[in-house]
Ligand binder design. Sequence first.
Ligand code: FAD
Length: 424
Amino acid sequence: MLGRGGRWLQRAWGAASGPPQPAPHGAQLSFDGAVFRLKSGWELVRGLLVFRLCALPGLVRRAPTLLSVSRRLLGRRLWGSLLRASFYGQFVAGQTPPEVRVTVQRLRALGLRPLLAVPIEEDVGQDKEGEGWYEGNRGAVLGCVGLSAQGGPQPMMQLKVTALMSAWLCEANFSGLSPAENRHLQASLLRLDGVTQRAVEAGVRVLVDAEYTYVNPALTLVTLALMGRWNRTQPWVWNTYQCYLQDCLARLGADAALAERQGFCFGVKLVRGAYLEQERRLARERGYPDPLHPTWEATNHSYQRCLDLLLELVARDGQRCQLIVASHNEASVSHTVRRMEELGIAKDGGAVCFGQLLGMCDHVSLALGQAGYAIYKSIPYGAVEDVLPYLVRRAQENQSVLQGTRKERDLLRQELWRRLQRRP
Ligand SMILES: Cc1cc2nc3c(=O)[nH]c(=O)nc-3n(C[C@H](O)[C@H](O)[C@H](O)COP(=O)(O)OP(=O)(O)OC[C@H]3O[C@@H](n4cnc5c(N)ncnc54)[C@H](O)[C@@H]3O)c2cc1C
């Protein structure tokens, strides 16, 4: 039996299930690269170089070998300096807390907010050294809470559950565990709860990442439990929904209805999804149906339906349902801006914000920031050696996005050319 809220959710759901609206550009937003005037000459050159190299699939595929060979040839110091001046400098906030603070200040001066992420995660089959590894990660994640708390208004951070709980356990999905596995489950839940408590005390919202389909049910279970415990008055814990999954809209609707029934606030990070190639390969190898939408267009359609559902929920009560549109897609961003206007959702009220990766699609991020929207840049940080494997994996997973940086490269080139022409 649905209550008043449930019926309302059904209506919003119905609206979102219809044919998606076309996505015209937000009236006051222009992604023409004029905002690149805010970048230094060196940042323009570095962006051009890094995007050009990242768009070469052969190079990205062989990156781990190239990195280890170049490290041996150049020596650790020179190798580190070159990377800091290029890939690391483009996509990473820095190594130490003071370096991260400098990056954060620089972003804030441009109207952008930090969304810090500790680049630690575990996949099934990667053997870590027992509870100690996860306890060490707990310290790093608590450090991230502290740094995020100093990051400006409405601070947020990203959290990977598999940094604090074994991916193997998540895949097993908590059924029929041995006594040792049960002890690890309990320790993991305590870690997750402790980190959340510290984040709530520091006023930091925790955005839990979605990962592979074989661990996601466990991640969602844990995240919904944390939401039920901590999101009584506002959404401190947010879950991530990957719209490339065929069942995304159904799961999103079910979880929103659960939040409504149980009386907890619902925070959502809406993404298209990062593990396309691996998901398809696994489905082929293990002989189950591909869980992803068959085309990019179908994923876009799914993204917009989920987005429309969430924007309706936010318009109804922006205190109890909040959303981060974590996408570089200009059509999705423009559509959100237009619907926010139509639904009367404030630009920077905290209920709807945007997220993009540091060093990616700055023409979109800066345009949003300059127009007064709440826009966060997802920022990994840490030592070069620790962050590089993470960056390489992200570059391999996001090949389709990196190959689509042609527009950004053109805009960077135009701005460089404009400056060169103005030189006496
Ligand atoms: C702040 C932030 C947080 C993020 N957190 C997560 C997270 O927790 N979990 C996660 O998985 N990802 C996460 N991502 C990554 C995200 O899922 C996307 O991989 C990335 O942002 C590219 O999507 P887009 O909407 O920006 O770009 P677009 O270029 O519009 O879309 C590219 C995406 O479309 C989909 N796609 C492309 N080709 C096809 C095809 N043939 N068939 C079906 N679908 C296709 C893929 O998902 C691909 O990544 C995050 C991204 C950001 C910016």
